[in-house]
Design a protein around this ligand. Sequence first.
Ligand SMILES: NC(=O)CCCC[C@@H]1SC[C@@H]2NC(=O)N[C@@H]21
Length: 472
Amino acid sequence: LDSYIAAVYEHSVILPDVTGSPVSSDEALTLMNKNMDVLEGAIKAAAQQGAHIIVTPEDAIYGWVFKRDTIFPYLEDIPDPQVNWIPCTDPERFAPAAVQERLSCMARNNSIYVVANIGDKKPCNSSDPKCPSDGHYQYNTNVVFDSEGKLVARYHKYNLFMSETQFDSPKEPEIVTFNTSFGKFGIFTCFDILFHDPAVTLVSKSHVDTVLFPTAWMNVLPHLTAIEFHSAWAMGMHVNFLAADTHNTSMAMTGSGIYAPDGPRAFHYNMDTENGHLLVAELSSHPHLSPTYPAAVNWSAYATSVKRFSPDDWDFCGVIFYDKFTFTELTKPEGNRTVCQKDLCCHLSYRMAEKREDEVYVLGAFDGLHVVEGEYYLQICTLLKCESTDLKTCGLPVATAHTRFEAFSLSGTFGTSYVFPEVLLSGVQLASGEFQVLSDGRLISQSGTSKPVLTVTLFGRWYEKDPPQPHI
Ligand SMILES: NC(=O)CCCC[C@@H]1SC[C@@H]2NC(=O)N[C@@H]21
């Protein structure tokens, strides 16, 4: 197939009561069946719209409110897919496996690949020095069932997010791929996207066409909202990307999408209701063969070839999500500006429709190690709206704006080749098809965007500069 239909479902999880002690396995299954009832409706609806594959979110079947012992009744032993197992037709082979059986039957009965996130348990003993004291490993796990219900992929999350003390990390990152008639797929989970392994390796070494991405993503403005960062990763890595986010507005969890290398095909962001939402869109099976496949980018070519635009600009410091940026204010309705921090200089050319008195925009640069909720090295060039006209508020989260940019061009002297281009508009919306990345590393919009701008950002990850990661 040259193209296929993809679906992602943003699910509003029915959470269990928070209990100090573990519930029975029957109680756990009752709660998981309630969530699977909702997922089944989405799977049927996706199949009716012709979808070949559907991705459901991380933690969608039991939530995240657990300690190590209280999640145990929700876990199943998930075998290696090499065993060739269709749980729907052979449920006793690796029983008890009620959740795998039901997911497999949903895939088989609706002739659709189903991607889900569940918990795996693996017994171990004292012959293994790393074996936890309770005698088993517990993994945050993605599973994929093909359209006949066969288990074709199992992935254990490697980069656990700080609060996931209920789970263990596998000893090594797992590179999990599978082939279909509509392309080669790879899979990882949520916080994995910030790190080199397995995420970058899946694309650069395994050459997957599409990444499957269950997530429970808490949005952080201005640079780490789900739709913004995930669509940027798809563009920067030149892959299709299917992101299904858990929906929970009190945790700022919303933002799912179907992203192609040249831009989003569909996305969803909703902080107004607790409803779930199904997205369905067509994607190229082999995006590198498509006529719209972007050319390779040298991210520093343009920026290193020009002189500092504005040598006498006044700089000041400000903080974005705990990182200390260097900023310069855009005082005029149009112009060329440069701001530098350490080895990173960011250049911006811009033209606003009008310079409003009630809104302030800055150009910012950050070149350093981010150290909160994980340690990872960043190089970031960003144009953003400040929360108010007080420059002290630059970098604080802001979700609405009124200033339109008729044109912009942003570039930076990046030391990394992993740069993710973000454009986020008023109301936390994407600028589908309204900007492009040139092969010399400029992120440009020639005719402006359909809505006012919150931020235009080149988000660089310099993996070689990361400290050793704590994979406990
Ligand atoms: N469940 C996960 O692994 C997702 C965590 C991703 C959260 C992203 S990454 C760093 C930012 N911090 C947040 O609170 N949200 C962002």
